[in-house]
Design a protein. Sequence first.
Length: 185
Amino acid sequence: MLSSFCKIEPRSPQERSLLLRASVVAALLFVLDQITKAVVVAYIEFGTQITIIPKIFNLTYITNKGAAWGILHGKAYLLLIISVVFFLFIIIFLRRLCDGWSERYWAFMLILSGIVGNTMDRVFRGGEVVDFLQFYFLNIKYQWPSFNVADSCITIGVLIFVISTLFRPEHKKNESPKNDVTETT
């Protein structure tokens, strides 16, 4: 397992294989996100909570017109623009962001999957994102904001990237030899 988290060469067969595998997982997670949201909308009445593990975990059906924790609530167009910009930024600079570390490819594929999943909601559900996973801590004293599979993908992807950047050596570009310039008088 750890061998899959290694340094790989850009444009190598290993990179292509890794990108293919990570893209397939990202696509499957996107499909899982969309299916779970459709099931929640079809079978759970809006605002209803279904206890799965008492005082720990509920399924619920709510919507969020903002980003995480309701940030930018009601700014669907702005969130859509931000999502598209981040999506394009990751696609364009993927190799540079990953710096050859395989876990970073996985991280960014998870993030892309989550971005697409929540963007689909914003586009096709009137600017709202369906959230349905609800966790409580310490006998319901603390409730984590409800979230969905796409949110989980983004969070796990960001966490993997942060851990990777903390523990992986920084990439050093090959320094070109300095030209000795001597002045002639």
